[in-house]
Design a protein around this ligand. Structure first.
Ligand code: ADP
Ligand code: MG
Length: 447
């Protein structure tokens, strides 16, 4: 088959499959040869080959035949140059060592494993991060870390990068936020540098994308992310992703991306508990003590802070910074009184804290159902009971009105909420299991 004929087949496929499918799936194909009724194509990744074969195989065969070729079967083989590129090719210009590089985001030198305090809420995420940081054969891909703000996702990702770099300096590790990925992608599109872009991302050994929830809804960026992702997984390159929620709960994220993200290991960082917060404070206090040798800290202050500031670690750190700076300025010891004066706003802010969303999350975790099922329309008992419990706790623990609560439960009417609250009040008296659950949840939420 001549290139000319192939070009006409391409035209036919473009109108048959639509521009979108065409550019995603057909354009990456490189016609190699036609022999014995088998048409062979080079593809950048196995995944693309399989996908095309399953979804567009028949169409391709049909159009090939229509244009005078006798084709019964398609064969896809990975482009040898593409596959080997990261190992044997000389470093392309865009490929620079990370750290001081222009390609990734800078790494915070303080975010190391040494500086990461491990406790119950983060032990699994920490263990997984450690495992990935050891390098070697890729066991789970991607590693997906998720959890609320300030719980240490970025810290762990940087720690992995530092460690990998230390163990194998030749590795090309790229860390960036989803927003940076998006920005680069858009810039590449605008400046017509897509080949450079693809080359850069396909040449890394380890790709880390932080806060991936931000690509939800950005369709063309998602598309490119998906291809980059598949290309790297196909070549056994490690991918590490973080987000503020589980893959299935990221808004406006394509299903196929969600399912790809779930293929590896998904671990979450739980909200901190008292012990972890105290541990973190103790470890930070040593750093401050060195920085402010003149400042003394009274016993009980750290415990007080660990107890009272339960939002996130960033706030906890900020509080400590302020305390030391203030105490040093006024030349006083950090006592409980000084702490209360100096941090009155922070302490007040973390006084109430519980939101309907947190309650929903906690309750759905407790009953092992999905957040979407709790909020969604399904009325089966498995979802309805936890939903009512969450409504009850929302009424008890927040200042939200019944209509406001209803809105947060998928736009339900306030009478539905009222009914749910009453039902749980009744059950609480009759069913000790429910009473226990309520108590447990309340304590976990107040924590
Ligand atoms: P996230 O990315 O999850 O929003 P970060 O990784 O930016 O959170 O963490 C916020 C701050 O809290 C950082 O300064 C980080 O060093 C600190 N931090 C979080 N968890 C821990 C921990 N387990 N030990 C020590 N510091 C922590
Ligand atoms: Mg972060």
């Amino acid at each position: 088959m001549t290139n000319d004929v192939w070009a006409r087949v391409l035209d036919a496929l473009r109108s048959a499959l639509g521009a979108n499918n065409f550019s995603n799936w057909i354009e990456p194909l490189q016609f190699a040869e036609l022999a014995g009724g088998v048409a062979t194509f080079h593809v950048p990744t196995n995944f693309i080959g399989n996908y095309v074969s399953q979804n567009f195989g028949d169409q391709i065969i049909y159009h090939l035949n229509k244009h005078g070729n006798d084709v019964q079967r398609l064969k896809f083989s990975i482009t040898p140059t593409l596959r080997e590129a990261p190992k044997v090719a000389p470093r392309p210009a865009v490929r620079t060592p990370f750290g001081d590089d222009v390609t990734g985001a800078p790494l915070d030198v303080r975010f190391t494993f040494n500086n990461f305090v491990v406790g119950k809420p983060n032990e699994l995420a920490h263990a997984a991060a450690r495992r990935v940081a050891e390098g070697g054969p890729v066991t789970f891909n991607p590693l997906f870390l998720y959890g609320g703000v300030g719980l240490g996702k970025t810290h762990l990702m940087h720690a992995i990068a530092h460690e990998l770099k230390l163990r194998s300096p030749e590795l090309n590790v790229l860390y960036l936020s989803a927003e940076q990925f998006m920005y680069r992608f858009i810039t590449a599109l605008r400046e017509r540098k897509m080949m450079d872009f693809k080359q850069l991302f396909r040449s890394v050994d380890v790709l880390m994308v932080d806060d991936v929830q931000f690509i939800g809804g950005k369709d063309s960026t998602q598309e490119e992310f998906f291809h980059t992702f598949n290309a790297l997984v196909d070549c056994q390159k490690q991918i590490i992703i973080s987000a503020d929620r589980a893959p299935g709960e990221i808004k406006d994220l394509e299903e196929r991306i969600k399912s790809r993200l779930q293929c590896g290991l998904v671990v979450d960082l739980h909200p901190t508990d008292y012990e972890l917060r105290l541990g973190i404070l103790q470890s930070k206090v040593d750093v401050y003590a060195a920085q402010y040798p003149d400042v003394k800290i009274a016993s009980g202050v750290l415990e007080f802070l660990a107890h009272r500031i339960s939002t996130n670690v960033r706030v906890l750190e900020g509080a400590l910074t302020r305390l030391f700076a203030f105490a040093s300025l006024v030349g006083r010891e950090i006592t409980l009184e000084l702490t209360q004066d100096c941090l009155s706003d922070v302490l007040k802010a973390s006084d109430r804290k519980v939101t309907v969303e947190e309650i929903q999350r906690k309750v759905s975790e407790h009953y092992n159902i999905r957040l979407s099922d709790m909020i969604g329309p399904k009325r089966v008992r498995n979802y309805a009971r936890p939903r009512q419990i969450a409504m009850y706790l929302s009424k008890q623990m927040t200042k939200r009105s019944l209509p406001e609560i209803g809105r947060r439960f998928g736009g339900r009417d306030h009478t539905t909420v009222m009914h749910g609250v009453r039902r749980i009040e009744e059950l609480k008296a009759l069913d000790s299991q429910i009473a226990d659950d309520l108590e447990l949840l309340r304590r976990a939420l107040e924590e």
